[in-house]
Every structure is written in C-alpha cells, then in structure tokens.
Design a protein around this ligand. Sequence first.
Ligand code: AMP
Length: 218
Amino acid sequence: MKNIIFVAPPAAGKGTQAKLVSEEYNIPHISTGDLLREEINKSTEIGLSIKKDLESGALVSDEIITKLLKNRLIKPDCQNGFILDGYPRNRQQAKLYSDLLQELNREVGIVIYFNIDKETALKRTLSRITCPYCGRSYNLTVEGLKPQKANICDTCKHELKARTDDTEEIFLKRFDTYLESTKDLIEYYKSKGLLHQIDVENKEASLIFEEVKEILND
Ligand code: AMP
C-alpha cells in the first residue's frame, strides 16, 4: 500500500474514511492533532510547550511537528504505508514533509482531497454528535453515520453530545481559514500529479469509501 495524505475541510468525513482505509488495508491512521494531544496528555516537555497553541487553534511550530512525525513514521507499523491526517497543512509543511520522506527513503505516495461545499459542510457540522467517552462521531443527516439507537454510541453505549465547537460561527471561521491555508497545498500536489479529488456532496460514507478504494487500488 502507498503512503496516503488526506486533505479535507472540517465535516467532510475524513475521520470516517481514515478509519475505513486503516481497517481495510491494515495501515495506521496518523493524525498530527492526535500526536500533539498525546504529548499534552502525557505532560511531556513538548506537551507543556504546545498546550496553549492547541487551546487557541494556532499552528504548532514546524520543528515540533516534524520531530513528532519522524518519530512516528520510523515505527515498524508504517513500513507498509500510512494515512496522514492533518499534515501537511500548507505549502511550507509540504516542503518539510518531502525532505523528511527523502531522509527516510520513502515516497509521498497519494494525496486524496475531499472536496465539500461550505453549505453542505455547515449542515453536516450542525447535525454532528459525538461520543464524549470514546470519541466516535455520528451524523444525523448522513446515511450510514446515524447511531443505531437515538443518542446512544453504538460502540460504548454512552450518551452522544454535540461538540461545543460545532457552532455556525466557529465553523465558518474554521472553514475559511482552512480554504486559505490549503489552496496552495492543493495546487502544489496537483502540479506534481499526485492529487485525487473526491466530491463528497451528500454521498453516504460507504459510497465515498468505494471511490477511495478505486483510487488506492489503481
Ligand atoms: P486537528 O486535530 O487536526 O484539528 O488539530 C488540532 C490542533 O493541533 C490544531 O488546531 C493545531 O493547533 C495543531 N496541529 C495539528 N496538525 C498540525 C500541523 N500540521 N501543523 C501545526 N499545528 C497542527
């Protein structure tokens, strides 16, 4: 399996697709947000230094991200490929990532861009509920993402709640910031012939997964 980068605005269903790909191809899903949160939870030196950045939504320094990512990518479970989520976030990080891969003698592989329009993404955000206990995410407007029993997590049976940051105001800010920072990144990978686009629209998760597999099996 190739190395994969997922690029997507908020509420495009990236997390769901990463989980499906990880299970189908037996490769790890590496989210830089998760790597950073892990450092914070373990109260490491890095964790303490980045806590404020994560709380405010500011980007963590490239130096820290590159270091954590390198430590993760050299682990044996990444040898057959991985799904990278949340990185690179801009053109500068794409350059650093390319240098890191060269050092590790690996290739960028495939970039999958999940394209979703703002209105659909907003609708999905406002109808998203998650399990505060295990983190699983559901959506009341997307087939295949509804919980089996209303308001109860299928996995751990805890009560589901809306995320406090899933408001219209915060969503619009996150979406615009995202578009601004990734425009260059998308163009960059397009120009290298590595970018594959999937239009999310109102498609079910299973249908999108079929499109993802088609790209990966090509
Ligand atoms: P996420 O889970 O991807 O929404 O990321 C949560 C937070 O982690 C972001 O708001 C940033 O503070 C930080 N973060 C995650 N990925 C990166 C990255 N590639 N570069 C810099 N900061 C990042």
